[in-house]
Design a binder for this molecule. Structure first.
Ligand code: PBG
Ligand code: ZN
Length: 330
């Protein structure tokens, strides 16, 4: 006979079986939490795989429309578009061209799927020949000259039908400048999802292959945040809220769960977290080697990002995760 100890509290009671665990789970992931990133390029019928991001490809507009339809059918409310232009130059002219690649894709996706939200990334780095997020003089990025370009880009995205613009360049005043131009041209209904807290991170590596947007010299440390800093994130959030940001993003996600938590605790607007390319690549690489169970790791990771306080998760896993969630019952 084993002895029964007098333990008034036995936490294991609530973990005894799947139904009990499901009932007491605090954080539930849903396809409604996701924004799915899509890389758009010129051409037709093109799905150009990105080697460092297995399962993700640069898509021509027709293929992007199909991909967006898949996301929508899975219950994902939004896609975010990144453009690969035909040509690059010091300013990035295609970035604000009415027939630029993102403008074309936005228009086509909204036409085919009016109730799917289209978010556009607003930055210069994919369009400039030097690969920087702003107008460059010598080795300096000119903040205020860049704001003028960002205004043009955001306005052209709004004209193409974007529901949400997402400035990602960490320029001072970018949210206020974009809100002002959108309102001036009567796009008062277009929301701003600010990449308010974006760290200078090596986890963006695969994305820079995907979007061909690596800086040709130097780095992004004069605008993106130092990964040693947490209090500074509060200041960035406060500023962007004061400038009119409707939603705030923290990026990357996994090495910054503390920053997501901190932001969610004091931020009155929805908080998004970007599960970035390097985080995706690590999981895919380990899964390909058979070292991790991809499905389980992805669902655990995305749940952790939500548990940390993210209301919205931008993730390359979105389509897979939405499919897996149907049968998610551990
Ligand atoms: C461009 C931009 C980047 C990412 C999103 N927008 C790259 C960068 O800042 O260098 C990274 C996304 C990812 O790694 O998945 N401003
Ligand atoms: Zn950029």
């Amino acid at each position: 006979m084993t002895q029964t100890f007098n333990l008034p509290i036995r936490p294991r009671r609530l973990r005894a079986n799947a139904a009990m665990r499901r009932m007491v789970r605090e954080t539930h992931l849903s396809p409604a939490d996701f924004i799915y990133p899509i890389f758009v390029r010129h051409g037709e019928g093109i799905r150009q795989p990105i080697p460092s991001m297995p399962g993700i490809a640069q898509l021509s507009v027709d293929e992007a429309v199909k991909e967006a339809g898949t996301a929508r059918a899975l219950g994902i409310p939004a896609v975010i578009l990144f453009g690969i232009p035909a040509e690059k130059d010091p300013i990035g002219l295609e970035n604000f061209a009415a027939d630029g690649i993102v403008q074309q894709a936005t228009h086509a996706i909204k036409k085919a799927h009016p109730d799917l939200l289209v978010v556009t990334d607003v930055c210069l780095c994919e369009y400039t020949d030097h690969g920087h997020c702003g107008i460059v003089h010598g080795t300096e990025i000119s903040n205020d000259e860049t704001l003028e370009v960002l205004q043009r880009v955001a306005l052209s995205h709004a004209r193409a039908g974007a529901d949400i613009v997402a400035p990602s360049g960490m320029m001072d005043g970018m949210v206020g400048a974009i809100r002002a131009i959108l309102d001036e041209y009567n796009f008062t209904g277009v929301s701003i999802l600010s990449y308010a807290v974006k760290y200078a991170s090596s986890y963006y590596g695969p994305f820079r292959d995907a979007a061909d947007g690596a800086p040709k010299f130097g780095d992004r440390k004069t605008h993106q945040m130092d990964y040693g800093n947490a209090r500074e994130a509060r200041r960035e959030v406060e500023l962007d809220l004061a400038e009119g940001a409707d939603m705030i993003m923290v990026k990357p996600a996994l090495a910054y769960l503390d920053i997501i938590r901190q932001t969610a605790d004091h931020c009155p607007v929805p908080v998004a977290a970007y599960n970035v390319s390097g985080e995706y690549a690590m999981v895919k690489a380990a899964a390909e080697k058979g070292w991790l169970d991809e499905k389980k790791v992805v669902l655990e990771t995305l749940t952790a990002i939500k548990r940390a306080g993210a209301d919205i998760i931008l993730t390359y896993h979105a389509l897979d995760a939405a499919r897996w969630l149907d049968s998610f019952n551990e």
